[in-house]
Design a protein around this ligand. Structure first.
Ligand SMILES: Nc1ncnc2c1ncn2[C@@H]1O[C@H](COP(=O)(O)OP(=O)(O)OP(=O)(O)O)[C@@H](O)[C@H]1O
Ligand SMILES: [Mg+2]
Length: 305
């Protein structure tokens, strides 16, 4: 459906996207996972036709993607990262404006507004001003505003930032339903949990490059170890941490050490060293491999840094 070939975008001397190539198939829910400044919003703005690339090409169903092309605009819906609503107007008035922008009128527009408000449980707030809405309600309204014209491709740029777990679940359930009904979704986030739950395929992006691409299983298989072993940070554990560090990947925060042993490092040897350093085995917990661990492995940094 959507094809990107060596897409590059610069802002002055800063290269925000650096040769991105990607194919998105119809019906996919594709996750774009990366930290602040990775280039997610820049990519979304190119996909939405709001910016043009400095090099490379983007095609939608084989035709070059162009902002001036009305059929492109009718096909795509963008949920922007910063909420784009009129604060001093009601939910309904906002939706009317967005709908009319897309050429919807009369009964069709009314029906779509009713349906959209109901889908995200905002029907009873339809006549209230947006500035009286909670952050989560504004996010949900921001989302349906991009769907009134029934796009085939929905671009969601971090649509759950600042949203409580309940609203987040409402948004997820809604997106999952739309995806089952055939909507193609590209979803950007820096939460690995979101990409893991929603997306059939995930691209890990950092500094304008795709570092890894595939299903969750494909990505986790790129980790050199199947599981990490965690244990608490204590002064008395420092010597043990130093002893195992050469045998795998050791990362530490204020609370925990996490150790991913290399394939050739035997667990029996790990426990022998623990015993030698007087560390009780019940201090160890085994972490399942995660996208966070993959990102750390690929970049040496965490997704939230
Ligand atoms: N309009 C702009 N002018 C100049 N630099 C920009 C502009 N927009 C983004 N950048 C820079 O381009 C890089 C990528 O930014 P982008 O907003 O695409 O990242 P992001 O992945 O969406 O980050 P976040 O998670 O913080 O939203 C960053 O270094 C950013 O500072
Ligand atoms: Mg962004």
């Amino acid at each position: 459906m959507l094809r990107l070939d060596s897409v590059t975008k610069r802002y002055g001397s800063l290269t925000a996207l650096n040769g991105i190539s990607l194919n998105i198939a119809r019906g996919e829910c594709f996750g774009l996972l990366g930290p602040n400044g990775a280039g997610k919003s820049t990519l979304m703005s190119l996909l939405a036709g709001l910016r043009t690339p400095d090099a490379g090409s983007l095609t939608l169903d084989g035709a070059p993607l162009s902002a001036s092309d009305l059929s492109t605009r009718a096909t795509i819906g963008l949920v922007p990262q910063s909420i784009a609503l009129y604060d001093d107007l009601s939910a309904e008035q906002n939706l009317r404006i967005f709908g009319e922008l897309y050429g919807l009128r009369g009964a069709t527009l009314r029906d779509r507004i009713d349906e959209a408000l109901a889908a995200v449980q905002l029907t009873d707030r339809r006549r209230d001003r947006v500035d009286t809405f909670s952050g989560g309600m504004q996010r949900r309204l921001n989302l349906i505003a991009a769907l009134l014209h029934r796009p085939k491709l929905l671009l969601c740029d971090e649509p759950t930032v600042g949203v409580d777990p309940q609203s987040r679940n409402a948004i997820f359930d809604f997106l999952e339903k739309l995806n089952r009904e055939g909507l193609t979704i590209i979803y950007s986030t820096h939460y690995m949990e979101e990409a893991t739950r929603l997306c059939s395929r995930i691209g890990v992006i950092d500094h304008g490059r795709i570092l890894a691409l595939g299903t969750l299983d494909d990505l986790l298989a790129q980790l050199p170890f199947a599981a990490a072993i965690a244990f608490p940070v204590r002064a008395s554990h420092a010597a043990f941490a130093a002893a195992i560090a050469p045998h795998g990947e050791l990362t530490s925060d204020d609370e925990m050490h996490r150790f991913g042993p290399r394939a050739d490092f035997k667990l029996s040897e790990f426990y022998r060293l623990a015993e030698q350093h007087g560390i009780a085995p019940q201090l160890f917990t085994h972490d399942r491999p995660t996208l966070e661990a993959l990102f750390l492995h690929l970049t040496g940094r965490t997704l939230r840094e």
